[in-house]
Write a protein that binds this ligand. Sequence first.
Ligand code: COA
Length: 312
Amino acid sequence: MSNADFEKILNTSDEWIVTRTGMKERRYAPPEMASSDLATRAARHALERAGLEPADIDCFIVATVTPDYHFPATACIVASNLGVVGKAAFDIEIACSGFIYELPMAASFVRAGVFRRVMIIGVETLSRILNMEDRSTAILFGDGAGAAIVERVEASRDGFLSSELGADGNAPEMLYLPAGGSREPLTQTGIADKRDKVHMAGREVFKYAVTKMVETSLQVLERAHLTTDDVTWMIPHQANLRIMEAAAKRLNIPRERIVVNIEKYGNTSSASIPIALSETIEAGVLRKGDIILFTGFGGGLSWGSVAWRWDA
Ligand code: COA
């Protein structure tokens, strides 16, 4: 879905979208594909790259706000699609912060000896919950999936350095899907009023995002005895190019060290960071020992940062 496609259906322009967001295109899954289908593809890709079989994974975690069903968990379906039955599988729902929350969760599981390998997936089919008549939200989001495998290793090779996660539920309506849950079950009127679609107060979320990304980035680096000069790659949640650039500027991280692919995918929520990580690996620029700063924010509101030493 290109900016030109939006020009045909909304009072918007390529120029407005590019300057305000950095986005040029997004991908929408075809109607027959659900989140589990996208997630399964990403999972297979990750397994292939790691030289592992589905049976080598002890736990599957899916972060999503667009699950196949309210329940059961999409992770159960993904594991089954991969031919795995009997291993742990569950979803987490913390909007765009999903992958940022999954990383320390998976690292803690493997460190504690609960699991040997954990597959963490971020997946969204946000096209299903967009109000295509609302120009302030429709243009922002896309569909996608990314997956990573976190494995137990000896302490000297442990890549997880530090994390800081947070949330503030005082104003859930800043970014939410009003109807379809227990507070407001879905009705015909609700559907007519698009209460089953994304609602957002964009400007407020913007300010919050930059503040929290900067704050938690500094916290995790300090905790890992690092400075922003040590960061080889900053992989931020891809919500808006201006948000990423503002955060990087305040952190004094040069533009060439920020991984940006927002022009191709828009905001894919919990999928954006693993997709960006995957493309960084594919580009062949990641080196053993590189310090990666993951940082993001999303509905909740929620936010977090993770410092990771690459060891592959
Ligand atoms: N095309 C053209 N004009 C648009 C538009 C569009 N797609 N969307 C909004 N506008 C208009 C608004 O209606 C407003 O017009 P008005 O001044 O006549 O009322 C004007 O542009 C400015 O709107 P504003 O909301 O101040 O723009 P902005 O610079 O804050 O950019 C966002 C809007 C949504 C791009 C920006 O606030 C943002 O990215 N926020 C964060 C959202 C986010 O990341 N959410 C996900 C979190 S994970």
